[in-house]
Design a protein around this ligand. Sequence first.
Ligand SMILES: Nc1ncnc2c1ncn2[C@@H]1O[C@H](COP(=O)(O)OP(=O)(O)O)[C@@H](O)[C@H]1O
Ligand SMILES: [Mg+2]
Length: 278
Amino acid sequence: MTGPVTQPQHPGGNLPAAGRTETGGGQWPAGGPDLRDRPPGPEARAAILEVSGIETCYGETQVLFGVSINVGHGEVVALLGPSGAGKTTTLRSILGLSPARAGTIRFDGRDITRDATHEIARLGVGWVPDDRRIFPTLSVARNLAIARKRTRFRSWSLDDMFGIFSALEHLMERECENLSGGEMQMVAISRALLGSPGLVLFDEPSQGLAPKVVQDVMAAVSRLREAGISALVVEQNAATALQVSDRVYVLDHGRVVHEGKANRLLSDDGLRVRLLGI
Ligand SMILES: Nc1ncnc2c1ncn2[C@@H]1O[C@H](COP(=O)(O)OP(=O)(O)O)[C@@H](O)[C@H]1O
Ligand SMILES: [Mg+2]
């Protein structure tokens, strides 16, 4: 790989300088730009998410060693690798839950490396956690109502959710503790979308689900892509994830050991067996 673009780089480097002094030296003013109220500049269109060389620790134990991952606008990217490789930690670092000790994370043209989790969510990073994290004693309707927020990205309605998950409409009054695993996952994904994300981080979305539900979940990922929303999909179920992804990264022991097109990894038996053991 060629490494991520960490600073705005314009082809030829000869963009007119007048009125664009903030990009002139490739350096933003102190504090970084706030792009929320402006259309994204060319540097933001390069990738919606740029993770550059992050190092993340739990206490004294380092878990990520210079991880770099890009997700383009409207792109679905799979993040694969064995258990313990650092996939969840990568998502937690993006979300500010386990902040990176070194390296940078940019979302939608803005440096979010040191931002608080609620600020990152408000900018439009959605999360479907591996343990779903639905409020168990609240109804589905209530769980979804409290998830709603506006960002600069597309807003989704409840009717949109019913279009993606036809069963959801009939679950609205149910308490979440009475839902099946598949139903809970529908709520978790709907909750993420109702927060108007530009990027959704999925952590093992197919885990523990029946094959039919896995297909529904992957169809939802494909719908996101059709709507121009980006996704980073962590999966143990590599074959399933590769089928809905444009590109793939493979993590091992906290390092990226492969980056490439998803369909190439799907079709290259030798490479797949070597990297994923399947
Ligand atoms: N809260 C934590 N405290 C200490 N170590 C952790 C914690 N969470 C994960 N780890 C360790 O970090 C490494 C990466 O874990 P994780 O990111 O969950 O991997 P993956 O999601 O790829 O299975 C593992 O060695 C795991 O034991
Ligand atoms: Mg994990």
